[in-house]
Structures are given as C-alpha cells and as structure tokens.
Design a protein around this ligand. Structure first.
Ligand code: AVJ
Length: 318
C-alpha cells in the first residue's frame, strides 16, 4: 500500500527558469508565462477571484457539477486515480470526492507552498483518501512518479485552465495527458465558451481590483525569481478581448518610462509599453471537441449551463 506523501519535482532548475524569464523580458513584445502568476500570494488572489460575482467560470462550473453530479460520476466511474492538474486549494476536487470516490488523489501544482498547506487541510478532512501531492510544473512535460497508480487514471483539469494555452499548444498538451492516461484512463475538463464581450471584461477587470492585483503581483514574484527591481506602482493592469484569436489577454502596461534591471539584464520600457502576461482562450463546443479528438480522446460526454457559458467534458483515452 502506498503511503500519502508530498513529492516536489523540479522539471526546470533555477537556471532554466531564469533563462525563460530573461528571454521573455528581452523579447521585442515582452511576454511572461501565466504560470508565474502563481506564487503564494498569487494563488490566494486567484482563489479570491473565484469568489467574485463577476467571475462566472467558477460558479458556472460548480453549478454544472451540482446539477449533473450523478451523470458525471456514471461517465467517469468510481475508484479512480484522480490526478488534479493545477489543484490550487484542492476544493473543486474535494467537492467531488463523495461522488467519485477516488482510490488515490494526486493534486499537482506549481505553487508548491500553497499546495502543501491545502493538502495538510485535506488530509485532516479526508483521512480515508490516499493523497500524493506533486509540486511541479506540468505545462511542458507530464512525467508522473511511480507513486501515482497507473490504473483508472482520471485527469481533472477544471476551470478552463486549458485556455492559457494556444489551441496548438492545447492540442499537444492534451496529447500528453492522453498518453499519461494509459488504457483505461480519461479526462474531466472544464472549458470556457465564447460569450458576450461585456461579461468577459467584467470578469477579467473586476470592480474591486482583485484581477489587477493578481496580475500586478506577478512583478513581485519576478523580483524574487530573477532579482528584477519592478515597482508595481509603475504599472497598470490591462485586459483586452482579442476577437480574431478568441481570447482575453492580460497585460501589464508601464505608466511611465521605466528601466528594469536584474543580475544579467536590463530593459527600458517606454510609457504605454506592455508585458503580455496571460491568454485565456474561449472556445465553441465544436472547436473544443475537435481538439479532444485530435489529441486522441473519444467517447466524449459533455454538460453545460443554461446560458451556454461553460462546458464540462469527460473524454476517454482510446
Ligand atoms: C486559471 C486560467 C482559468 O483564465 O480565467 C482569472 C486565470 N486570470 N482571472 C482564467 C485568470 C484572470 C483563469 N484560469
């Protein structure tokens, strides 16, 4: 019998992370991956965003789970090895424990300290479930340690985190998930759908400024990771809908001309210049189902809310 445990895997060492950040900051159009939004504070801010009235994805997805719990459980089956990609505070998965009755729960997150804390609470609340937590970046490779059971793997990727990838990257990522499923595995995934632009702006530029804080906090995270001297006061949060790419974009825009320096680099940003920090793609159901098929999944069951704002899919690896 496997013991519960916490395993920290460094897919990228500090040098590789610095090289990635360095390249992003020096690119003509500066660009930093949204995974760097999630340090300890960033994960807390994101959990708070999920409680905002404007941020429809979390509550809409929760509504779908509530309404179709029995059907979803019939589709996924019980007794799975539940692998939660980007688990955060683990609350979404925990709310499904009684319906899905996983044999092993494997929360995976890049925000290691936040995950460690969440998992401690979880062990206390669900002492009967074997929890194997993985602190790792799963965006570029999905190598799971032997401590993760290989039968009945059910990958859980809720909240439309898939929207952070371009459709090309998403297809490749889903292909890697498909490979990690083995023969009898599957994927339970949440996808945000195309909707009225006004609702998107409200959700990604909320009235009390949580999303702005979440975005600006990335600068403090970069200061720690790379030794940059960003001052969040010099920047503002910008959210814009890119209709041709069907995605919400988050940027940080320089309020004045600033020169940012770090160990082995320097970059001058003129007033109004931006750092692209996140894409959040919105799909039509058809487009997304095509992606799943391209990745090698089949037998897709799907559920949606009455407005058609969000979709949950269970797809089988075949
Ligand atoms: C975690 C990627 C699903 O795109 O809606 C929320 C992140 N960014 N508000 C999203 C996010 C700004 C979120 N995902």
């Amino acid at each position: 019998m496997l013991q519960s445990g916490f395993i920290q895997i460094y897919h990228k060492n500090t040098n590789a992370i610095c090289a990635e950040l360095n390249a992003g900051l020096l690119a003509p159009q500066a660009c930093i991956s949204p995974k760097f939004l999630y340090d300890g504070l960033g994960s807390k801010l994101f959990a708070a965003i999920c409680e905002l009235p404007e941020y429809y994805p979390t509550r809409t997805e929760a509504l779908i789970f509530e309404q179709y719990r029995a059907e979803i459980a019939r589709s996924t089956g019980r007794g799975s090895t539940l692998i939660d990609l980007g688990a955060g505070n683990c609350e979404k998965a925990a709310s499904l424990f009684s319906a899905l009755q996983p044999v092993q729960y494997v929360p995976v997150d890049i925000s290691v300290d936040f995950l460690r804390e969440a998992v401690e609470c979880l062990r206390y609340r669900y002492p009967q479930i074997r929890v194997t937590a993985l602190g790792m970046d799963f965006s570029s490779a999905l190598e799971l340690p032997d401590a993760v059971r290989s039968d009945k793997r059910l990958f859980f990727y809720p909240g439309s985190s898939i929207g952070n990838f371009t459709p090309e990257e998403a297809a490749a990522f889903l292909g890697r998930v498909r490979d990690a499923c083995r023969a009898d595995g599957g994927l339970l995934i949440g996808v945000d759908l195309i909707k009225d632009e006004g609702l998107l702006y409200e959700a990604y530029d909320d009235a009390i400024g949580l999303t702005a804080a979440f975005n600006l906090n990335m600068l403090q995270h970069l200061n720690r990771l790379l030794g940059t001297n960003f001052k969040p006061r010099d920047w503002r949060h910008v959210c814009q809908f890119n209709a041709s790419e069907s995605r919400i974009e988050l940027h940080l825009e320089a309020l004045r001309s600033v020169t940012v320096t770090w160990d082995d680099g320097e970059r001058r940003f003129s007033q109004g210049e931006r750092i692209h920090t996140e894409n959040s793609y919105k799909y039509t159901p058809e487009k997304f189902l095509q992606l799943l098929e391209r990745a090698g999944f089949a037998h897709v069951n799907r559920w949606s809310d009455p407005h058609g704002w969000f979709m949950l899919c269970h797809a089988r690896a075949v």
